[in-house]
Design a binder for this molecule. Structure first.
Ligand code: GTP
Ligand code: MG
Length: 308
């Protein structure tokens, strides 16, 4: 059998489970996952190498209706990843009726050239009963009527093996792009930043999560002692700083504990984590602040009304 290799873009609105599916296929914690939308803020590769194929998964921010320059940057990154991929996997979520963002995803993906290889999957089937599953499945499938759908649970694994075979089948023939022991293109410090942000998002409620950015200021290897990481959590307002820190520093401590656990699971060694919080006023709308945090912006567009 010829060896296959190529890029599979994981497309879908926020929270459908793209990063969870990536972690499942790689069998390790690589991508940050949280119950809140817009957990993933940059494109990250997850590389799965088997004897017959190398599948380079492209995890990306969920496509959504942007309310800030940040949102535009995230959508741009997602769109580019879709445009560059060999195979597109559209992910949907059975726990919700199709949302306006699902429709946006379907509209964008429906416009792909017909020769583009594509698959769709409806995720989280572990979370609903048979009746809901049947009804929603029909509604979701009708978003991309000519696509092949599978129903999966990224959390539990149901259907994931079959879906993987579908994806491999559609990859172009070719040699691997990456060495067989490489699992990602991301640096550990960037993954650590994502895991810290995901931990904060899990611990925080209301609007604070989306106002959060994380920068790793220092990532020092200490050999057998693991790593020492110092990171800053940026928020947009003074009031949010207080919320993140919490009474007597309790909340920040909880964030640190959860983040440390996840970073240790990711890196396989111990880590000492030091967090601080800083206010960067309105950074999500400020092109300069966004650039300093590493986001690439689309060219300035006239602003539309409504959700924009
Ligand atoms: N019950 C259930 N929950 C799931 C499943 N897959 C993902 N989730 C949960 O859905 C939430 C969102 O998962 P993510 O993997 O972060 O979603 P995402 O698509 O990467 O989201 P963004 O990065 O924000 O675009 C998390 O709380 C996951 O634990 C699943 O198969 N079943
Ligand atoms: Mg994600």
């Amino acid at each position: 059998m010829p060896h296959r290799s190529g890029y599979v873009a994981l497309a879908g609105r926020p929270s459908v489970g793209k990063s969870t599916l990536l972690n499942r296929y790689l069998g390790q914690l690589l991508a940050a996952v949280s119950p809140r939308p817009q957990t993933t803020r940059r494109v990250q590769l997850g590389i799965l190498t088997t004897t017959e194929a190398q599948i380079v998964f492209v995890d990306m921010p969920g496509l959504h209706l942007p309310r800030h320059r940040l949102g535009q940057a995230l959508n741009l990154a997602a769109q580019q990843a879709v445009d560059d991929a060999d195979v597109v996997l559209a992910l949907f979520d059975i726990t919700q009726d199709p949302t306006p963002e699902d429709r946006l995803v379907a509209e964008r993906l429906g416009a792909l050239p017909p020769e583009r290889r594509r698959h769709a999957a409806i995720n989280k089937i572990d979370a609903v009963g048979q009746a809901v599953r049947r009804r929603r499945s029909l509604a979701l499938r009708s978003l991309l009527p000519s696509w092949d759908f599978r129903e999966i649970s990224a959390a539990r694994g149901d259907g994931c093996g079959e879906l993987l075979n579908d994806l491999i089948h559609d990859l172009p023939e070719g040699e691997p792009f990456f060495p067989d022991d490489q699992v990602t293109d991301a640096f550990e410090r960037d993954i650590a930043a994502d895991l810290i942000r995901a931990a904060a998002m899990t611990q925080l409620h209301q609007e604070v999560p989306h106002s959060l950015a994380v920068r790793v200021d220092e990532y020092e290897e200490r050999g057998a002692d693991g790593a020492r990481i110092r990171a800053t959590l940026f928020v947009e307002r003074e009031s949010q700083k207080g919320i993140v820190i919490g009474r007597g520093g309790e909340r920040l401590k909880a964030i640190g504990t959860e983040a440390r656990r996840e970073i240790e699971a990711m890196s396989g060694r111990s880590c000492y984590l030091e967090l601080r919080v800083e206010v960067l006023p309105g950074w999500r709308s400020d092109p300069r602040a966004l650039a300093s945090l590493g986001f690439r912006l689309p060219p300035e567009e006239p602003r539309h009304g409504g959700a924009g």
